[in-house]
Structures are given as structure tokens and as C-alpha cells.
Design a protein around this ligand. Structure first.
Ligand code: M6R
Length: 615
């Protein structure tokens, strides 16, 4: 987590750093800070809270200078206080550092440094690294920029953990040193100015020419040049890439929150997920980026989907889609568990790493582990040129546009749409008939319109939200492909309203969960008409018999359910395999409207960050 931006050039650094940092606030928003070389030495501003607080501090006491580093923090070690905000300084007070990552052996290093007289101003792991680099800088016999580069290399060699860092020193005006191990860093190449950031998105207004720093590389950055130094110390070649279409700034438009805007963007984000990918002649899908031949696709015997949070839920829906369409067994794994587990994987398994950001540390770690074991890994990502997208053997971009709200919404429906395409493609290479393929294609083309119809119910969902906003605990139930939709509904609810919510397969109710049912515990029951509709009605009756309120998610005009449930969330009917895409939308809206009713910070809920780049 955490976002880093550095600037060196001829313009005033402060406004550029603050602006670019704002684009990274989704990576964490516990505190923010910057350090600028002002011609005499280092000047630091840092504040707990949002970047706005830092901007106010900078407005009150502006910092002049053309070179600086900045940071927005998601707290790992130490609370969200001014002291713990980055940048951190070394003992001399002349070196400043910003860091994204986690230093696992920081306690051991802290104790070693304390014994040699180091004193610390914060509780962070990062400050230890600032002191280590400062100490190595003092000890170095090198001159000029080589001195700071050597100090960085020697210090990070003592660190266990992950880092993306930017370092400046008052003795070396004109130089920023960056280094990366595990956490992403990208160089933005300008004219007479250069940038360093943890994400391309930060640099969108300044440049679209970037160099993605590889793991273990160090960069020395000046206004008019930069060098990349490989782990063993030699300068290395690099490629400047031009990023097209991947980086656009997004505003809320007429919507009060990004989350609502993104929910309402789903007709077009879904369209973008399948645009140009439908092959009506072959009743199949075209996915050019897989980098696998039809022959290789036919040989796949199993699929393992890796992801976290919402991305994992999309994989769970994907399991139903691929198993139904292609009859290939699919397992889903929490990326964080797969990474450290011993779970055996059979030969001819294809891995799919699903991640909106493409930077989630757990998913990236799992992808690397699968690749280490010799498996082919594809990525399903939204962020173009993200680490997961680059490290995968191939993949499918979502083209959903920037998702700023911390709660994932449109990325989920895009991911499920891509699973439908993948299932169709794999199915048509096996036993799926052309007529069944064509049915799904036809339904896909109508899906954006069906989503528009679903969104028309937003005001009614808001009324339901008002009615139940005072609740303290909720259940979400669904069966088969709607079980992950129940999980996703519960996750959205927890994440942005802070109401306790649990998702279960409906039939699990009687195996323990039913003990939670009382008049104050509403259940959202997904009961659109499918093969388990009657079974779901049975669950509804069981809940009602125990006095529990039921909010039923049902097809428009379902009179049977209307007569039984306490509240209704309605959706139009679509192809049975695509129904989960429509069903999740009222649940996104329910959590959104409840969060608004409760006065929550919808786009930036407490304790969270959009992109989880630490383990
Ligand atoms: O960027 P990713 O898709 O890899 O993110 C994975 C999860 O962190 C993410 O889906 C998270 O669960 C969302 N905030 C949920 O709304």
C-alpha cells in the first residue's frame, strides 16, 4: 500500500507532488507528507489524515524548491499520527525517505541501531531504513551520487521484506534515488524533468512516457537524465514505453461519490469488457491476449483462479461459468493462502490471477509461486501495464476505466463478463454446441441494456436501505453462482457501512447460521428464478418462521416472493449464467445507500485502501 511520488525538474515541486499524490490516495489515506530540497536543506511537511490536510499545511507554510519526494500512507507499523507520517529522516536530518512496503526484520535492526546511539522519532519500520541508509552514507568512500546509490544498496541488503522507496539528501541537490523490491515503482520521463511514482496513474497529466523499474533495480534520477542500476551495480538498459488508453483521470461527474458513478458506469464497462471479443460466426469469443493456441487451450484439464476480496468472488462466479460452459473443473484459491500452502496442483492446470489493480501483493505473490512451479498463468486485470499484467504469460484486460471508489463495483461485473467469454471460448473448443454459444452471445449483447434497467431501481433500493440502516448485523444468502454474489453483497456491506454481514449458501442456514436470526437481523436472500428457486423459497419460509426480516432479491414482478418478503430488490431476467451480473447490482446499491444513510465516507472507508500492495 502507500503511494510515492518524487519530482526533479525546473518547476516548483510542491504543487506537482500534491497533485500527483492525490491520484494515489486510493493506495492509502492515513497520513501524507513531503520533503523538498529548498536550496539550503530539507524542508518537511507531514500530517495525519487525508492529503487535504497536508495541502492545508503546505498552503499555510509553502515549501520552495524543484526537487522533492512525497507519500500517502496506509498504516502498517504505528498509528496514523503526524510523527509516523512519511517522509522519515536519518540521524543527520539531511536524508529523507519515503517507503511503500513492509520491513519484516525492523525490530532486530532497530535494536542494533539503538545500541549505536540512533534515536527514533516514530514507531514505523520505515524510519529504520532511513537510519540505515544514513549510516551507510556516512561510511561510504564514494563521491557524489555514487555515494547515495551505494548507501541505498548496502542498506536494503540488510532488509527482509518489501520496498519501493525514494530518497533525497541535502548534500546532493538535483538527485533522487529510488529502489524497488516487491513494491512497484515507475519512472515518468519528462522534458527537462523526471518523476518517480508507485503507479503510472499518478503521472497522467505530466507524461505518458514511462519506464517500469524491475525488481531489485535502483534508479538515480536527475532533471535531464536517469540511470538504472542492476542489482550487481552495473548500469542497465531500459525501454521507455508509451502508455496509451491506460491512464485517464476520472472525476465524479454529477454523482456525489465515485462508487455511485462506477455503479452507474456498468452498462458501458460491461460493453467494454466484451467489445470486439464476440465472434458470432463461430458462436464463440475472441481473446487475443491469451497467447495460447487453440491446441494449448484444448489441453487445459483444470483451472485454478487466484484473487483476493471481490476479485476472488468474481472467480467463484467464474467457476460456475467455466464448469457449465466448458466442463473444465475450476478451483478458486485465496491468493494469500495459495502462496504459502502446500496444495497440490495437477498437470495441465491453467492459473488465472484476477486483480483490478494488478498490484495486489497477495495475488502477485501467488502468481509468482504458480509460475515458479512451472504453470502457465494468465492475468485478468484492469490497470494496463500493472505488475500482474506484465508478469502474466498473457491475459485479458477489463477496459473498465479507472475505479477510484475503494469498494470494487464495476471491476467485479467486468471480471465476471470476462469469465463468461473465457468459458464460452473454452466451451466451444470442447463440447458446447453452437446454439448454446449463440444464446450466450445474444444475451451478452443485451446485458448493458439489462443493467440500465436494473439501475432504474436505485431509488427503490435507497428506500429499502433507509428502512434497514439502523441494523447491526445482516445475512446474505444465495445458492450456486449466487452464493459468491451473497459473499460479495456482504463484503460491500461490511466495507462501507461497517455493519457486520455474513454471506452463506442458503442451505447452510440450518447448519448453524439460523441461530443468528431474530427480528433485528435482516437477511438478504437472492432468489431469482432458477433451478434452486423453490429451495430458496424454503429458506425464506424458515427465516420468516423465526421472525427474521427478509429482503428478497427477485425477478421483476415475482408475485410469489412479493407476498412473502418484507422488502424487495428487483432485477430483470437474463441468461441464467449471466444473472449473477445483474443480481450483484442491487446489492452494490443497497450497501451504497445504507452507507450514505449512515453518513459513512463511502469512497474512502476507514482502515482500507484501494490497492493492497503489502501482504
Ligand atoms: O485490485 P484487486 O482486484 O487485486 O483487489 C483485491 C481486493 O483487495 C479488492 O477486491 C477488495 O476486496 C475490494 N476493496 C472490495 O470492494
Amino acid at each position: 500500500m502507500c503511494g510515492i511520488v518524487a519530482y526533479v525538474g525546473s518547476r516548483s515541486a510542491q504543487p506537482i507532488l500534491l497533485d500527483a499524490l492525490n491520484r494515489l490516495e486510493y493506495r492509502g489515506y492515513d497520513s501524507a507528507g513531503l520533503a523538498i530540497l529548498n536550496g539550503k536543506g530539507l524542508e518537511v511537511r507531514k500530517k495525519s489524515g487525508r492529503i487535504l490536510e497536508l495541502a492545508k499545511a503546505c498552503e499555510a507554510h509553502p515549501v520552495q524548491g524543484n526537487l522533492g519526494i512525497s507519500h500517502t500512507r496506509w498504516a502498517t507499523h504505528g498509528a496514523a499520527t503526524d510523527q509516523n507520517a512519511h517522509p522519515h529522516l536519518d540521524s543527520s536530518g539531511r536524508l529523507a525517505l519515503v517507503h511503500n512496503g513492509v520491513i519484516e526484520n525492523y525490530l532486530e535492526l532497530k535494536s542494533q541501531l539503538s545500541k549505536t546511539g540512533h534515536r527514533f522519532a516514530s514507531e514505523t519500520d520505515t524510519e529504520i531504513l532511513a537510519h540505515l541508509i544514513g549510516e551507510a552514507f556516512q561510511a561510504s568512500k564514494e563521491k557524489g551520487e555514487a555515494r547515495l546509490i551505494e548507501a541505498v544498496r548496502n542498506a536494503i541488503a540488510r532488509i527482509h521484506g518489501t520496498l519501493g522507496i525514494a530518497v533525497i539528501h541535502a548534500d546532493l541537490p538535483g538527485l533522487v534515488v529510488g529502489a524497488r523490491r516487491g513494491s512497484p515503482l515507475v519512472i515518468g520521463v519528462g522534458q527537462g524533468e523526471n518523476f518517480l511514482a508507485s503507479d503510472i496513474q499518478a503521472l497522467a497529466p505530466y507524461t505518458n512516457r514511462v519506464v517500469i523499474l524491475q525488481d531489485q533495480e535502483i534508479v538515480s534520477l536527475h532533471a535531464d537524465r536517469f540511470d538504472i542500476i542492476a542489482p550487481l551495480g552495473a548500469k542497465t538498459n531500459f525501454k521507455v514505453e508509451k502508455i496509451e488508453n491506460g491512464v485517464t483521470h476520472s472525476d465524479k461527474g454529477s454523482h456525489p461519490h465515485y462508487m455511485l458513478k462506477e455503479i452507474f458506469e456498468q452498462p458501458s464497462s460491461i460493453l467494454n469488457a466484451f467489445r470486439g471479443r464476440l465472434d458470432s460466426d463461430g458462436a464463440t469469443a475472441k481473446l487475443g491476449g491469451l497467447n495460447l493456441t487453440s491446441e494449448q487451450l484444448r489441453k487445459i484439464e483444470r483451472i485454478c483462479v487466484l484473487g483476493c476480496g471481490t476479485a476472488l468472488h468474481s472467480g467463484m462466479v467464474g467457476k460456475y461459468l467455466i464448469e457449465s460452459l466448458a466442463k473444465i473443473p475450476v478451483e478458486t484459491q485465496h491468493a494469500s493462502e495459495f502462496r504459502y500452502g502446500d496444495s497440490p496442483v495437477s498437470a495441465h492446470t491453467l492459473f488465472l490471477a484476477v486483480s483490478q489493480s494488478g498490484e495486489t501483493a497477495d495475488t502477485l505473490g501467488a502468481l509468482r509461486e504458480a509460475k515458479r512451479r512451472g504453470y502457465t498463468c494468465l492475468g485478468i486485470c484492469n490497470n494496463v501495464a500493472s505488475t500482474i499484467a506484465r508478469e502474466s504469460d498473457g491475459g485479458v484486460y477489463m477496459h473498465a476505466g479507472p475505479e477510484i471508489g475503494v469498494a470494487a463495483t464495476k471491476s467485479f461485473t467486468s471480471q465476471v463478463t470476462i469469465f463468461a467469454l473465457l468459458g464460452l471460448l473454452l466451451g466451444r473448443l470442447r463440447s458446447l454446441s453452437a446454439s448454446h454459444g449463440a444464446e450466450l452471445l445474444e444475451a451478452l449483447t443485451h446485458l448493458p441494456h439489462k443493467i440500465e434497467e436494473t439501475l432504474k431501481h436505485s431509488d427503490k433500493v435507497a428506500q429499502v436501505a433507509q428502512k434497514y440502516a439502523a441494523t447491526r448485523s445482516m445475512l446474505f444468502l444465495g445458492r450456486l453462482a449466487n452464493f459468491p454474489i451473497a459473499l460479495e453483497g456482504a463484503l460491500k456491506m461490511k466495507e462501507i457501512t461497517y455493519i457486520h454481514a455474513e454471506g452463506y449458501p442458503s442451505a447452510e442456514l440450518k447448519h448453524g447460521v439460523i441461530a443468528l436470526i431474530d427480528k433485528d437481523t435482516p437477511t438478504v436472500l437472492i432468489a431469482t428464478q432458477d433451478g434452486v428457486y423453490e429451495k430458496n423459497l424454503g429458506s425464506l419460509q424458515e427465516i420468516k418462521a423465526r421472525g427474521g426480516p427478509v429482503i428478497a432479491l427477485a425477478h421483476e414482478g415475482d408475485k410469489k416472493i412479493m407476498g412473502l418478503a418484507d422488502a424487495l430488490l428487483e432485477v430483470p431476467q437474463t441468461h441464467r449464467l449471466l444473472q449473477p451480473i445483474l443480481n450483484v447490482i442491487p446489492l452494490q446499491l443497497l450497501s451504497y445507500h445504507m452507507a450514505v444513510a449512515l453518513g459513512r465516507d463511502v469512497d474512502k472507508p476507514r482502515n482500507l485502501a484501494k490497492s493492497v500492495t503489502v501482504e
